[in-house]
Design a protein around this ligand. Structure first.
Ligand code: ATP
Ligand code: MG
Length: 233
């Protein structure tokens, strides 16, 4: 079953007198369990599309079906409920709470859900193990490297067992080796848990092993894969 169906989705911003057509008729179907990358230059509409997919922003034309529901028919409360129950977010700048430890950061979103305190602690420990940070569980974000911080953020996004993980430029603040490790970790967790993962990047070198790639250019999407040979010739 498709997790997402987008039909002719448009999103236009008004900046004074200027109309910016950030998405110009995007058609897209994402099946449950897919691992896919959206790539394209700065300003091509990647974040705008991710915000629509993450139910943070709504399309102003076209149709978005998420997990069998037409999102245009959902109230703000229902949208926020679907976000909390079904979607995990990973951000470029990690967005961890500075005064909380790695473990507490992972526990925080679980507290909005129907888990007991004991379950929350167990899940946080399980996810610290899965991302290889069990020894650093009591460290605060400022005591961790960029790659370690992003591992905490990945664990935080996945610990609630969402159906979908949305990662907008998760590697933009990392060096290329650490960036590859972070994508590799997301790929492994996608295989192990079946969670659908969508990430964006403007760095096509990260795409070698990604099975499905979509290119965004000026708000239009295509199935173009990055061709390293062509890019360097
Ligand atoms: N809230 C907003 N108000 C006005 N214009 C916006 C807004 N958000 C995005 N835009 C415009 O929409 C277009 C697409 O922006 P978007 O942030 O989606 O691009 P992007 O592909 O994520 O770029 P980057 O790689 O730099 O993150 C840009 O022209 C941008 O200026
Ligand atoms: Mg962006």
């Amino acid at each position: 079953m498709p997790l997402f169906t987008l039909e002719h989705v448009e999103r236009t911003f008004l900046l004074g007198e200027t109309r910016i057509r950030a998405l110009r008729g995007v058609d897209l179907e994402v099946m449950s369990g897919e691992f896919l990358a959206i790539w394209g230059p700065s300003g091509s509409g990647k974040s705008t599309l991710m915000n629509v997919l993450g139910l943070i922003d709504t399309a102003d034309a076209g149709r978005v079906l998420f997990d069998g529901e037409d999102v245009a028919l959902l109230s703000d409360d229902e949208l926020s409920d679907r976000r909390i129950q079904k979607i995990g977010f990973i951000f470029q700048s990690f967005n961890l709470i500075p005064v909380l430890s790695a473990r507490e950061n992972i526990m925080l979103p679980l507290q909005c859900r129907r888990f007991t305190e004991a379950e929350i602690g167990e899940r946080a420990d399980e996810w610290l193990r899965k991302v290889g940070l069990e020894k650093l569980r009591d460290f605060r974000p400022d005591q961790l490297s960029g790659g370690q911080r992003q591992r905490v953020a990945i664990a935080r996004a996945l610990a609630g067992h969402p159906k979908l993980v949305i990662a907008d430029e998760p590697t933009a603040n990392l060096d290329s080796v650490t960036g590859h490790e972070v994508i590799g970790l997301m790929e492994r967790l996608n295989e192990e848990t079946g969670v659908t993962c969508i990430f964006t990047t403007h760095d096509p070198r990260l795409l070698d092993r990604v099975p499905r790639q979509l290119r965004l250019c000026d708000g239009v999407i295509s199935n173009e894969r990055y061709d390293a040979a062509r890019a360097t010739s």
